[in-house]
Design a protein around this ligand. Sequence first.
Ligand code: C2E
Ligand code: CA
Ligand code: CA
Length: 454
Amino acid sequence: MTQIPVEIADNAQFYIQIRQAVLAAQHSSRQVGLLMIDIEAGEPSFRDGDGLSNGMREKAFALVSGTLRESDVLCRISGAEAAVLLSSLRKTEDALLVAEKILRELDQLLHLESRAVNLRPQIGVALFPNHGSSASTLLECADIALKTARRNKQRYVLYSEEFSRSPRPPLRLSALRQAIVQDQLFPLYQPKIDLKNDSITGLEVLTRWRHPEFGLIMPDEFIPLSERTGLIVPLTLWVLNASINQCRRWRDQGINTSIAVNLSMWNLDTPELPDQVAALLNSTGVPASQLELEITESAIMDDPQRAMRTLKAIRDLGVRFAIDDFGTGYSSLAYLRKLPVSSIKIDKSFTQNMESDNDSAVIVRAIIDLGHNLGLKVVAEGVETLGAREMLTDFDCDEAQGYYFSRPVTAPDITRFMENAQTSSAQNGPIENVASGWALENAGEVPTAIKPPL
Ligand code: C2E
Ligand code: CA
Ligand code: CA
């Protein structure tokens, strides 16, 4: 990396420089780009104390400046926020390319941080002339784009006028019902990795809603609505149908991976579920061994006897079960022994904290030992750093899942990755490191169709 000594402007100076850049661009065909960068964006509830150390923050600013040209201006907005002025852009894509480059550099830096940091830098982008012609409007638009990136968990977002409209009204039941029948839902797939040989052991199906008016909606918003209203039953059938059919297509391409679908408490209350699962497996020809269902402890404990009946009927088909978010619910260990489950997934709140918090590390280790003593496979969720991965290997954890390996991505991304892995494993033995499939992540979370227009 070549370091260019880009000047770090103070706020007043920066404001004037934006105005000057806009004035100059008015007489040319060039655009002016403004990037608002949150270097320490992340999951606030799991934040490691004050975030980055001062030394790391300085390095982060130096890295950002290293990606810029001499004519660009970097301004420190606050401890963890920076703004960048790109004064003479030929096209919109150029601003987005700079944003991607900055994020790549910052990702590498965070991997080097020895402490646990759950940070995912994010960027909001605004442009003159499309989004505004005054310094204050451009700053405001870049800020709104950054807030949208935070809300939608996107790495960077290009400002759009619709972000400034009034806040979204609450989601409506009728809209969700329509989403199911009109295929507005779509599944993403997140790999689970065998910690012994780095191979992909399965894919968790995570559902998204592409709302015609409001854009991408995350499951944390629409799953609770569907659970409150009973719509979770047809929704789960939609997810099972979409993902089992995708599994069939992968089998046709020589990709034999298993999938894991999330069930909710309501699903265990549906006596038809075992027959519906059996019918889907039969009609697609996907073997039951390639399907896993994830259920939380609380879904089971709500009515253990009823849950047990449904679980056993589905288990008898040959489908496996995993207990999700393990460690967060109240589970009866006596019951755990009786349940027809084959694995437990350690909740991400423990995994994410275990590098900085000894109690979490002790809990993770205890869950792994408990699972093994009960003859269960143990999967750790929320693995975001090399450090976490290494600790889990030390603790003898079987599998891991998390941003360190890959974000949830689309089916075509998985296909590409699997095909490459097959080619390289034929030549070089086991897949080197799935984290090197970082392209998966960048391709991922938000499918191209709903990324901001270029
Ligand atoms: P979950 O089953 O615990 O799924 C894991 C969640 O953690 C996913 O969030 C995933 O994107 C996120 N995640 C994965 N790796 C990491 C990581 O390294 N760091 C962090 N911070 N997060 C990570 P997502 O996709 O937003 O789903 C949230 C929850 O919504 C899921 O939690 C699940 O309970 C529910 N959900 C998603 N799809 C479905 C579905 O089709 N049916 C049902 N019933 N629930 C679903
Ligand atoms: Ca899950
Ligand atoms: Ca989980």
